[in-house]
Design a protein around this ligand. Sequence first.
Ligand code: FDP
Length: 330
Amino acid sequence: MSEPGKTKFQVDLRRHLRETGVEDNLTHLICEIAEASKYIIHSIRTGDLGVAGTSNLYGEKQLALDVLADRILRKRLDHSGVVVNMMSEEMDQIIPVSTDWEGKYSVAFDPLDGSSLVDVNLAVGTIVAIFPGYDLLRPGREQVAAIYILYGPRTTLVYSVGDGVYEFGMNNLMEYTLLREHITLKPKGNLYSPGGLRNQYTPGVENYVSTLEKRGVKLRYSGGFVPDINQVLLKGEGVFLYPHLKDLPRGKLRLLFELSPMAYLVEQAGGAASDGHQPILDLLPTQIHERAPVFIGCKDDVALAEEMLRTYEGKKDVPAEKGRSVKASG
Ligand code: FDP
């Protein structure tokens, strides 16, 4: 409930989480991630670019922005008091934080997705998946929250804890205030965002994309997963794909750091996310950096991709990696 005289659009993130009944530790964790993003956006705005390994004006060693973003988030999560295990796109193993997992969470994150776009001043983002307890190698459906932060002309934070999708904008005091609630996707959209080289498309994917094009959908691809998904979610329509390719049978994007959290958000908005055969959220990762093809966005458009793959490629042509759930600590 908003205070009299205050509209809901002035509600800040912490207050919104409290008022919507989000559990205390989870509220704290989401707010810590939001705090970390303030330092990340500062680094993006002020950092020297492409100079990792060199020294700055003051003789201090420079870090690549993705490494810096990783350190910022890691430190914040480490000190949050509510994290058991964490794992990042920048690390090759799970980092244990605490052995006491009761009422705590484990976090998988991509600190700076699309970091190659920073050099050319295009939008990039941070993506975070939150699981209860200590186990991180589990299906995305077991997430309790997913968040992304988009560093574009404006900085925005989009999250869900399983009760719809909310967007917050960073104001000039660097506070996140509520912009939109219950973001929803239409069943069918009018834009598509296709990743991967077209001459590497398999027959099912090529027919899918041609069918969309014949329907007159508009091409809107920025090359950054966060802005591309943000566009679909906030325009309320469209489909993003980074499919299996002839030379990359499991696609490019990573299941744990990129696909699971985005699939959670898009499903929460009434959309769908599939690897072409089954929901992304049902895939059980066997290794930290596992990749999967993805078709994500409006429900009917994702269903059309699955239908095209069934028609032109038959059953799954890439064997699923055998599932195994790993308990990292606790
Ligand atoms: P990047 O390589 O710039 O970090 O997963 C990373 C990602 O960007 C996504 O953000 C983006 O959707 C995709 O890769 C872009 O890949 P392509 O350059 O092959 O289109």
